[in-house]
Structures are given as structure tokens and as C-alpha cells.
Design a protein around this ligand. Structure first.
Ligand SMILES: *Cc1c(COP(=O)(O)O)cnc(C)c1O
Length: 499
């Protein structure tokens, strides 16, 4: 049984075969039908894998042991800071991902406020569309968040932000762009507001930081969002998204070292020696640092710009194709290649289910219900097929709509969480149990979202989802992992996880 610790080791080939078999159930990202979980460029991948292997064993925990890693990390920080408007004073650290970068920004802001002003309940103001990593940071670090609704264009509402500022406020946040709708918050205005109130201002450029500069370089208009904007004090940018680096690579950048100082940690009384560490993690994968460095050098400004041009052309075609269809449209005015498809008349989750049946993996969003696209270099070749399948799916939803699905409840628009399609079946079962209902073989996310909308309160929904999170790491009883027929996946950006 696979739940017991393996008594005897197995041959290399046997282990490899087992993994190949397991991954046959995984979403097939290589054919371009998966969005948000995988950012792929062929040349970058090849470079990243070679670099990762070369530095597979190295550990960046101690920068004096591996000058090579220190050199590469320093290069990556300086080069990306330069890309993002630094005139030389910007400092930063590599982290394991956008979440860790944001955790650091929030922790730094809290400790800055503790050190420089007497604030009892440090509060951060951010648009409702900001990434849940900020909620996670607030949860971990005991900082209060005030979410401000966004305007009709899905961008941060400046007036509402100004109104929310009080004596406990320590930082304002804007996204460039926001994950759900791909629109850039009014960064210059937010930064100006922050400056006038003597507050910090963090820009979450996790998804856009390694794309927007190249979009601009290609001649398109991109509003200023980085350190070129006075008042922006910190910025998060992921290398493992549009930087096409190996997963486990992001940057947290600060306008100056004085602010970054509040991020650092040291323990000087440990029996194991003096232990200092700049970020959340202890041991840090040398491979992720090497891969990020290698891809940056391999692609360069010209390589990234060429990729961005192709991706933006594909995005234009997709946007026009969506808007040419009846009943669906793109939300807001996306600044780059991240966007959401919504409908005023049809059930978007129904359309999502139809797309799933056609092999696509799209995140479901809410408020309003929409499907999410992060178009990257892997998608340039599948634009026509995507639009063809979307047109079919919209047609199907239109027909189902006329038959009016009784499982869909009105409260659907108020649901408080978003989940990837692969967890739909277990969740539907779990929900059915809670509600004492019978769902039979319901496995469509449209039905599930309808049921979630019918739950009496949000606390119930939190519990149901957390039950599920627990189940994901429990042993799969009675099943041999290699021969299981059903796999449960979790963690799409913007879904139960997120992204
Ligand atoms: C992806 C993303 C994050 C979180 O990054 P992870 O690497 O998934 O931890 C934060 N903010 C935005 C805008 C993102 O797109």
C-alpha cells in the first residue's frame, strides 16, 4: 500500500514510470489549453532547466558559501529594478513567489510603522481586487486590511481610498495590473495620496512587472506604475510568471535600504551560531535563482519584447473575438494579456463547464461571475481554436439558459469564494452533505456555484472549503496512488487558492 513508508527502494525506471502514469491525469498545459498555472516559453524553459540543474544542490541560505548565487541574485535584483524605474537606490530580495514578496512588504510596513510612529492597529488600504496574498499577510502578521470597492472600470476608487485613510493607516496598495481583470489601478494618484499622508505605497506588479515594460517597449501605451512614480515605496514582481523563469522566483523591491531594513531578521543567541535571514524562508533553492538569472540573460530586452509583441497580438485577437460574440464581453479595459470574460445574460460558469468539456482549463471568478485568461507565449498558437470553442460553448449555454437550470440560485453572485474546476466534484458532495440535500452525480461547476450561493452564510462556506483543504493532504485510503482513477487538484490562481 502506498500509504506505508516504502520498505524497500525501487529502481529509478520504476519510479519514473510511476510518475509518468500519475501525471496522465494532470491538465495538459503543453498544448496551450491551461491558463494561469503555467507560463511557458520554449527557449526560456530550456535555459531555465539547464541552469536549475547546474545549481540543483546549491543553497542560497548562506551567501558567503556560494558567491555564484549571491552574484546572480544581485544581478537579477539590479537588472529588474533598472527595468522598473530605479535610478539606483532600489534594493530588494529574491523570494519564492509573489505571496512571499507580498508577505514581506506587509511585514516590513508593519515594522516600519512600529519603529517610526505610534500606531495601535496598523491598517492597510487596498482595492477589493488586490490579491488574497495581502489577506494572508494580514492574517499572519496581525495587520488590519480595509478593502475599498473598485469603480465601474474595476480600478481602485481614489475617492473611497482617500476617505478610508485614518490615523491607523500605514500603507496604500495598488495592482499593476490586478489579477482578476488585468486593469492597472491609478498608481500615480495612489502614490501621490500616500505621499501627502506620509504613508507607504506598495505596487503589486507580480503579474505585470515582467510584461508591462516590454509591452511599452513595443510601442503600446502603459501608464507609469513603477519606481518612476514618486511615492511608490515598494513593489512585488514575479519572475516565474511573465519572466518565464522556473517556479519559486519573485522579487520584493524597496525604494531605499532604510525601508528594507525593517524586513530583515537576525537571531544572535542561537547555539548553532548567528543566524540572519532577509526573507521568510531558510534554505533557498539555488536552482530557482540560477534559472531566473539565466533566463534574464538569455532573453534580454529584445527577447522579452519579441515575446510580448506576439502575446499582445494574440491578446488583441482574443479580445476582438470575444467581443464579436453575442452575450459575452471582456470586463474593463485590460492593460496587457490578463483579462476576464463575462456575460450580462448567460451563466458564465455554464460556459466554463462547456469549455472544460472541450479540454480547456479556465479559472472561475466571481463578483461578477467571469472566466479568467492569462495569455502567455504558450497560447499564441491556439487563438483560433480557443475562439471557436468559446463560440460553441456560448451557444450551448444559450440553449441551456432557455431551458432554465433550476439548480442555479439567485444568490450565486454573492458567493464568497472561487474554486478551480477540478475540485468541483468533492466539493459538491461535501456541500450536499452540509445542506442535507441530494445532488447525485452533479459535477458541473455551474451547479456547484449555485449551491454555494444558497448556503445561509459565509462562515459555512469558509468551513466547507477548509474541510476540503484538509482533505487534500490526507492519505487516499484504499487506493494505490499509481492506480487511482480520480485525482483531486487544487490551487489555481484566483481559485480556491487564488491566484
Ligand atoms: C500571482 C499573483 C500573486 C501571488 O503570486 P504567487 O507567486 O502565486 O505566490 C500576487 N499578486 C498578483 C497580482 C498575482 O498575479
Amino acid at each position: 500500500m502506498s500509504n506505508d513508508f516504502p520498505a524497500r527502494g525501487r529502481l529509478f525506471e520504476s519510479v519514473m514510470r510511476a510518475m509518468e502514469q500519475m501525471r496522465s491525469d494532470d491538465v495538459r498545459w503543453a498544448d496551450g489549453k491551461v491558463f494561469s498555472l503555467v507560463f511557458h516559453d520554449h527557449a526560456a524553459s530550456r535555459m531555465a532547466q539547464a541552469a536549475y540543474n547546474l545549481f540543483f544542490s546549491e543553497n542560497a541560505l548562506n551567501p558567503t558559501a556560494f558567491p555564484s548565487l549571491r552574484h546572480m541574485e544581485t544581478d537579477v535584483i539590479a537588472q529588474v529594478a533598472h527595468l522598473l524605474g530605479s535610478s539606483g537606490s532600489v534594493v530588494g530580495n529574491m523570494t519564492s513567489g509573489g505571496t512571499e514578496s507580498i508577505l514581506m512588504a506587509v511585514k516590513t510596513a508593519r515594522d516600519w510603522a512600529r519603529a517610526t510612529r505610534r500606531i495601535r492597529n496598523p491598517t492597510i488600504i487596498l482595492p477589493a481586487t488586490a490579491h488574497p496574498a495581502f489577506d494572508k499577510a494580514a492574517h499572519y502578521f496581525d495587520v488590519k486590511l480595509v478593502h475599498v470597492p473598485v469603480g465601474a472600470d474595476f480600478r481602485a476608487d481614489l475617492k473611497a481610498t482617500r476617505k478610508a485613510i485614518n490615523r491607523d493607516t500605514i500603507m496604500l496598495v495598488g495592482s499593476a495590473p490586478s489579477y482578476p481583470h488585468g486593469v492597472i489601478d491609478p498608481i500615480a494618484d495612489l502614490a501621490d495620496l500616500a505621499q501627502r499622508h506620509d504613508l507607504l505605497c506598495h505596487v503589486d506588479a507580480c503579474v505585470g512587472g515582467m510584461m508591462l515594460p516590454f509591452v511599452r517597449h513595443g510601442g503600446r501605451t502603459v501608464p507609469p506604475f513603477d519606481f518612476s512614480v514618486n511615492g511608490v515605496t515598494s513593489l512585488s514582481v514575479d519572475l516565474h510568471k511573465y519572466g518565464y523563469a522556473a517556479k519559486g522566483a519573485s522579487l520584493i523591491l524597496y525604494r531605499d535600504g532604510e525601508l528594507r531594513r525593517h524586513q530583515l531578521f537576525v537571531a544572535t543567541n542561537w547555539a548553532g551560531g548567528i543566524y540572519a535571514s532577509p526573507t521568510m524562508t531558510g534554505t533557498r533553492a539555488g536552482g530557482a535563482i540560477a534559472a531566473a538569472w539565466a533566463v534574464l540573460q538569455h532573453l534580454g530586452m529584445d527577447g522579452y519584447s519579441a515575446i510580448a509583441r506576439e502575446v499582445m497580438d494574440a491578446t488583441d485577437r482574443i479580445k476582438h473575438g470575444i467581443n464579436a460574440l453575442d452575450d459575452v464581453h471582456v470586463l474593463g479595459d485590460p492593460a496587457m494579456s490578463v483579462l476576464a470574460i463575462a456575460s450580462d445574460t448567460l451563466d458564465m460558469y455554464e460556459i466554463g463547464d462547456e469549455m472544460t468539456m472541450r479540454g480547456w482549463h479556465l479559472d472561475r471568478q466571481q463578483l461578477p461571475p467571469s472566466l479568467h485568461l492569462t495569455i502567455n507565449h504558450a497560447h499564441v498558437a491556439i487563438v483560433e481554436q480557443f475562439l471557436h470553442d468559446l463560440a460553441e460553448s456560448v451557444d450551448m449555454a444559450r440553449r441551456n439558459h432557455r431551458r432554465s437550470n433550476v439548480l442555479l440560485h439567485k444568490g450565486i453572485r454573492a458567493i464568497a469564494s472561487i474554486l478551480p474546476s477540478r475540485i468541483v466534484r468533492p466539493l459538491t458532495r461535501s456541500l450536499a452533505g452540509r445542506m442535507g440535500g441530494e445532488v447525485g452525480a452533479q459535477s458541473r461547476s455551474a451547479a456547484m456555484y449555485g449551491m454555494m450561493g444558497a448556503l445561509p452564510n459565509k462562515g459555512d462556506l469558509d468551513d466547507v472549503v477548509l474541510d476540503l483543504v484538509e482533505q487534500f493532504t490526507l492519505p487516499q485510503h484504499g487506493k494505490n496512488i499509481e492506480h487511482r482513477t480520480e485525482s483531486i487538484g487544487f490551487g489555481d490562481e484566483g481559485s480556491g487558492n487564488h491566484q
